[in-house]
Design a protein around this ligand. Sequence first.
Ligand code: ADP
Ligand code: MG
Ligand code: MG
Length: 918
Amino acid sequence: MGIPTPTTKFVYSFGGGKADGNESMKNLLGGKGANLAEMAGHPNLLLPVPPGFTITTAVCTYYYDHGRTYPNELKTQVNQALEEVEQLVGKKFGDEKDPLLVSVRSGARRSMPGMMETVLNIGLTEKTIEGLIAQTNNPRFAYDAYRRLIMMYADVVMEKAGGIEPKNGKGIRKVLDEKLEHVKHQRGYSNDTELTVDELKKLVVDFKETIKTNLGQPFPEDPMEQLWGSVSAVFASWNGKRAFEYRRIEKIPDEWGTAVNVQAMVFGNMGDDSATGVAFTRNPGTGENQFYGEFLVNAQGEDVVAGIRTPAPVNEYSKNDQSRHLPSLEQLMPSLYQELDGYQKRLEGHYKDMQDIEFTIEKGKLYMLQCRVGKRNGVAAVRMAAEMFEEGLIDSDTALMRVAPTQLVELLLPMVDPKEELVHAPIAKGLPAGPGGAKGRVVFTSIDAVEWAAKGEKVILVREETSPEDVDGMHKSQAILTTKGGMTSHAALVARGWGKCCIVGCNEIHIADDHKSFRAKDGTVVHEGEWITLNGTKGLVYNGEMKLTSIDLNLNQSYSKLMELVNQTKTLHVRANADTPKDAKQAIAFGAEGIGLFRTEHMFYGEGSDDPLFRLRKMIVSKTEDERRHALDELYTFVKKDIKSTLEVMDGFPVTIRLLDPPLHEFVPHDKDKLQQLAKELGIRMSVLKRRVLELHENNPMLGHRGVRLGVSYPEITVTQVRAILSAAAELILDGKKPFPEIMIPVTCTVNELRHQKALVDKVYEGAKAHFGLDEIPFMYGTMIEIPRAALKANHMAEVAEFFSFGTNDLTQMSFGFSRDDIGGFLPIYLDQKLLHDDPFQTIDQEGVGELIRIGIDRGRSTRPELEVGICGEHGGDPESVKFCHRIGMNYVSCSPFRVPIARLAAAQAAIESKAKN
Ligand code: ADP
Ligand code: MG
Ligand code: MG
């Protein structure tokens, strides 16, 4: 008794110039529902949206929490909302004289293109169809709508949601589709639109019988049953296999749930004065500020996206090689085009971002069916952000937040080497749906793509068209090539979201029936497993494997503009891990402000390493200090030259040089020739040499005789390196340069190690100053913090160290006790079973390792407030980790040169985010 508790609002209406919800309610209404409400009800917009209502995501949560049932109030609320729609449209749902038809549309918080289900034309039955025919005088249209409903309903509601999908992949939709194709084939039609009323009628009868036989139950002839069946199917589709996989890739939480939108149908399939289309307020492939879109006359819903006919361009700008001959919407229906153009401008101005819109024209009247922030590739994202800022549409912070740091990778994407393109002729041309270049071996199924990729193969997925079932394989492929479909097809949409190289609508190739090869127009046959190369920027397909190169970022004006904003915003410095003058130059070109990790041992690996490596080996197998000194003296020249060349490139920037880090035995030769040469040089017998090598063996080298421990047991190793560093710097100073080396001691765990090494450094320093006649050779002395104990004792470490660089690779290894080199055996299982959310070697474990870092910084700065703190290692280029480093007050992050732009943008975003917090 008492005051009745207010019932929860589960249903939000929109239409008729008003709406219960708005754009800010995405969590409750899903993206689609919130935007429908905004378009219909916001005073700036008031667009012609067919009326409808949204059942909230809270109902989805309830549904899964309560054994797939609904809250009690839902039915009444739905009936009420449906009545409002009926009033606005002037038709009644289920009415046999003038039936209202509705669509049931899914809509999660974040768009998941094509992942979940939509059912159109709900409310059509044997009885109501007569009313629809009488009202429209268009039986062909009515039966076209009916056959679509039956097919969608059988597929989405009866089969998929019913959990009776056949394992062989040949579901009911495919069975029914084949029947349709069969009739078309028999009659020699190429388009659905050519089917006559009688043919459609027969198909409907056939469809229904097939459904009954194959699925064991009849297609429901009760409009209400259709409605609720569809609503449940949408909720069920949230946990469908495809949606589940997509969420895993896109990291969308499973708990979010979907909303369901029920909306009055409008018909793009009522004849030649009707149409349906998809458009973007700016070109999503390039970012250019041009209205861009495609449409189909006399078509419904997914027809454009499914690529069953070549879509026509909305305007001249949108024409491509496949659609050039087709009249544009602007030409065909000029005043409707003007109206649409007005709406798209209004939408972009209102949302202040590029919008992806769906529209339908029913008998000369335009309706808006959807808008959302449009997906775009990295190239387009950068251009849009920079241009919208320059147009004054958005401010600097917004522009910087618009680009995901990892999207910058796409600007560095490989391109097909232009020199090779001059001498190779493409075998086919399609539509350029995803820019960049890619090469790989051809596979024809998504399953193969996944399997081959797991074996380390680079593959390109070649298909007639893709469907949501293919996402996993698409993800694992280097690139995607489809023979059908337009610029708004599934493949194009998905590839665009991922920034993947993609060519669609390439009708110049034909895939063989056995799906083992394809034949290009010029007669070239490419078999499964053979290499092809794609230029996704131009839509060109090449036979064979071609060279890929990268482009010069700084020529991209939008990128330069964006990076200018980055530099004005970020406070965290970004350095690069680089060991050669070449890498150092690259790093500077990418905007690095120094080197955070220069590894002295790099000179013993790879090209040109023979000579220094030989001398290092001599040093390693030396027995006496004399022998070792002699070898080190020989080595000195190499080390100095090597360091000097990089210091010279980094003129004016700090360069953190880490003294020799790996365990010595890593450098010992194992082949007989090399050993013999070494023995000869040292003047010792092979047996003696072998014994010395054997003595170097360690059971656990990662925790063995390495890093500072080498410098402690063989001080001459430290002395030689420091002498090389300071001499290189001194020589550059005398040349008028401004070198700034930071000498970094690796793998320390106690301040005593630092003191021990510092005494050596001081001695060398005095000697160098005297030798070069300089009053000062500026440098810093510091350490890596990569052992947990060093982080805990950071207050002591900072008594000697002027800087810390957190070596998060080793720190992670030693904090978790996970061997970096052996995680393959168990980490995938940990991730799969969600014992760990991320690979801690890729993204800093903020809770555990992060706490050690925080402690290290706090304690270090308590001793030495001006302590310089940075991070080196893979994490320095991971956006989340960069943001973490900003928050805990580091001075810089250091990452590989190619990640520098990413880290810079992440640093700017971190600054914006902390500003917003305060
Ligand atoms: P998705 O989330 O896959 O984009 P939608 O719910 O947008 O699915 O619907 C699929 C297609 O059906 C779209 O092309 C949409 O425009 C069309 N559609 C949905 N509802 C209606 C409607 N009430 N009238 C006409 N077309 C509709
Ligand atoms: Mg859908
Ligand atoms: Mg849609």
